[in-house]
Design a protein around this ligand. Structure first.
Ligand code: NAP
Length: 276
């Protein structure tokens, strides 16, 4: 059953719409711009990109094309691990803003605590950008509890969010608790486990019970946990399907069944990840 999700039904977490559009590997400029335009006109108000996705210009083009004001869009990008020295953060963030065609981003993440990352140096540059108004919020991504606690301690500007892989096969319970303790929002990436959740029998059964897609069940489950999700979708069908997750109400049994899934899966696992 398709619900009647509309922009007003999208809850926010401290001003951040809890459903966003992911854009990793949406690299064809025309296709990427159209995905962003379609998502915004469907009702999404949160777009996630990164320097490393090589599509900031196309994302900006999609925002420009959409019949939605830039001020109404929560736009997030990330500084790549080669650019985390103090001056490189300042310089490459300005380049990102130029490519995106905007004066500020709503959220700027440290993409990974790796390679040129140095908590003091990197985060002092993020704080300067925050003070200058070029970024509205400071975020981190792929931070484990130790790195998160260090960042919260060191950064002058508040750490708003930690973006990590999160889905029913990687629920990240401990990390969610640590984020909660520090008032840091959790943004879940690869919230469909890049398609792996579709084959999970428990998710299939709950999807059949609600007469919705497995994707919608996964996204609704994450929202139940207070997690913001940014599924990547390219064409209108997936963009719409994921948006309709906002109209899915899971009951306590559904959540309990998903919580009890024992199988685990981590999709994104580079050698430079802090857990390796
Ligand atoms: P994902 O969102 O879990 O899965 C995306 C895949 O699912 C795509 O192949 C997409 O196909 C398909 N899909 C989307 N909606 C669907 C639906 N309703 N039914 C069937 N298939 C559907 O994986 P992801 O792209 O890895 O993660 C999402 C976003 O998180 C990324 O795009 C990126 O913005 C962010 N991310 C961040 C990090 C980080 O280090 N911070 C790492 C990974 C990802 P189509 O494209 O054909 O629609």
């Amino acid at each position: 059953m398709q619900g009647d999700a509309d922009p007003e039904t999208c809850p926010t977490a401290n001003g951040m719409p809890m459903l966003g559009l992911g854009t990793w590997q949406n690299e064809d400029p025309e296709e990427c711009a159209e995905s962003v335009r379609t998502a915004l006109e469907t009702g999404y108000r949160h777009i996630d990109t990164a320097q490393a996705y090589d599509n900031e210009e196309a994302v900006g083009e999609g925002i420009e094309r959409a019949d939605v004001d830039r001020e109404d869009v929560f736009l997030a990008t990330k500084v790549w691990i080669d650019n985390l020295a103090h001056d490189d953060v300042l310089e490459t963030t300005r380049e990102s803003l130029d490519r995106l065609g905007v004066d500020y981003v709503d959220l700027l993440y440290v993409h990974w605590p790796a390679r040129t990352y140095d908590a003091e140096e990197t985060l002092s540059a993020f704080s300067e950008l925050y003070d200058e108004g070029l970024i509205e919020r400071v975020g981190v991504s792929n931070f484990q509890p130790e790195q998160l606690e260090e960042a919260v301690e060191i950064c002058d500007a508040p750490i708003f969010a930690n973006q990590v892989e999160l889905h029913p096969l990687l629920p990240q319970e401990e990390l969610r608790e640590v984020c909660d303790a520090h008032d840091v929002e959790v943004v879940g990436y690869s919230p469909l486990a890049r398609g792996q959740v579709f084959d999970q029998p428990e998710i299939q059964e709950i999807a059949a019970k609600h007469d919705v897609s497995e994707a919608q069940i996964s996204l609704a489950w994450a929202r139940e946990k207070g997690v913001t999700v940014i599924p990547k979708a390219t064409g209108e069908e997936h963009i719409q399907d994921n948006f309709e997750s906002l109209a899915v109400d899971l009951d306590a049994d559904d959540v309990e069944t998903i919580d009890a899934i024992e199988e685990t899966d981590r999709q994104i696992d580079p050698g430079f990840a802090p857990w390796n």
